[in-house]
Ligand binder design. Structure first.
Ligand code: DAK
Length: 258
C-alpha cells in the first residue's frame, strides 16, 4: 500500500513507521493520522511482526496536531464529526508492543503519540512538551492523564499550564523516557531493542504488556491478582515449555507464538 505522509518498512520481525511530513515538522494532520492507524492495523494483523517502532526525523518526532488544519474548527463541528477521534487512539489500541524513537520535537499531539507508546527511547536532542495552552486549548489525546501518571502532578502541571518543553535529560530523570542515547545511535538502539522483543514469545509479550498496563488502572491487590492469573495462564503455552526446556538444555529458545 502506498502512503503519502509516512514511510512503512519491515526489518526482520519489526514493523517501522516513519512520520514523513518534513515541511511541517511532521505535524499530525488527518491524512497522517489515518495512514498511521492503517499501518498499525496492518502490523497488528501480520503474524510475522512482533514489535512496532514509530519514529520521525532528526528535527522532529512530531510538532503536534496540524494547527493550520485545526485553526478554523468549531465546537459543534468537532463534536459532530468526532474530530479525528479514532485514529488518535490507534497506538493505545495496539496489542503488540510499540516503541517511540524520539529525536527533536515531540510536542502536543506528537508528545501524546509518544506517551501512548509502550516505551520511549529519546535521542539527546529530544524535546518534549504539551504547549496547547499557548494556543488557547489543552491536550486532547491523553496528555493530561498520561503525562501526569508518568512524571507526577507537579511537573505535569508545570508543563501543561506553562507550555514549557523538557529536555531529553530531564525527561529521563522524570521517568518519561526509558533511555537517552546519542542522536546518531537512536535507530540502531531502538531497532535492536525492538528485534529483541520481537524474538520473544509473542503470547508472553502480549500478556506482559497487558499486565503492566493494569498497574495504571487497578489497585495493587487487583493488579497482583491479575498478574498471578496471567502468569498461570502462560503455563498453557508451547512457548513456556520451549523457553524453559531451552534454558535447561543451554540453547536459545525458538518461540513459535503457540
Ligand atoms: N502544525 C502545523 N504546522 C506546523 C506545526 C504544527 N503543529 N509545527 C510546525 N509547523 C510548521 C511551521 O508552520 C513551519 O511551516 P512554514 O511556516 O515554513 O510553512 C514549519 O513547520 C517549520 O516550523 P518553524 O519555522 O516554526 O520551525 P522552528 O524550528 O522555528 O520552531 C517549533 C519549531 C516546533 C518550536 C515550532 O514550529 C512550534 O512551536 N510549533 C508548534 C508546536 C505546537 O504548538 N504544538 C501543539 C499543537 S496542538 C485531538 C487530540 C490532540 C490534538 C488535537 C486534537 N483530538 C483527539 C481531536 C493535539 C493538539 C496539538 O498538538
Amino acid at each position: 500500500m502506498a502512503f503519502e505522509t509516512i514511510v512503512v518498512e519491515t526489518q526482520g520481525h519489526v514493523g517501522l513507521i516513519t512520520l514523513d511530513r518534513p515541511e511541517s515538522l511532521n505535524a499530525l494532520n488527518a491524512s497522517l493520522l489515518g495512514e498511521m492507524a492503517t499501518a498499525l492495523a496492518k502490523f497488528e494483523a501480520d503474524e510475522t511482526i512482533g514489535a512496532i517502532v514509530i519514529t520521525g526525523s532528526e528535527k522532529a518526532f512530531a510538532a503536534g496536531a496540524d494547527i493550520k488544519e485545526m485553526a478554523e474548527r468549531t465546537y459543534p463541528g468537532t463534536m459532530l464529526d468526532d474530530f479525528m477521534g479514532g485514529p488518535w487512539e490507534a497506538v493505545s489500541r495496539c496489542r503488540k508492543p510499540v516503541i517511540a524513537a524520539v529525536a527533536g520535537y515531540a510536542l502536543g499531539g506528537g508528545c501524546e503519540v509518544a506517551l501512548a507508546c509502550d516505551i520511549i527511547i529519546a535521542a539527546d536532542t529530544a524535546r518534549f512538551g504539551l504547549p496547547e495552552i499557548t494556543l488557547g486549548v489543552i491536550p486532547g489525546a491523553g496528555g493530561t492523564q498520561r503525562l501526569t501518571r508518568a512524571v507526577g502532578k507537579a511537573k505535569a502541571m508545570e508543563m501543561i499550564l506553562s507550555g514549557r518543553f523538557m529536555t531529553a535529560e530531564e525527561a529521563e530523570r522524570a521517568c518519561l523516557v526509558s533511555r537517552v542515547v546519542p542522536e546518531g545511535d537512536l535507530m540502531d538502539e531502538v531497532m535492536s531493542l525492538a528485534a529483541k522483543i520481537a524474538d520473544m514469545s509473542g503470547v508472553a509479550v502480549m500478556v506482559a504488556k497487558k499486565t503492566v498496563e493494569r498497574a495504571h488502572e487497578a489497585s495493587l491487590s487487583e493488579g497482583l491478582e491479575y498478574e498471578r492469573t496471567a502468569f498461570y495462564s502462560l503455563f498453557s503455552t508451547e512457548d513456556q515449555k520451549e523457553g524453559m526446556a531451552a534454558f535447561v538444555e543451554k540453547r536459545k529458545a525458538q518461540f513459535r507464538n503457540r
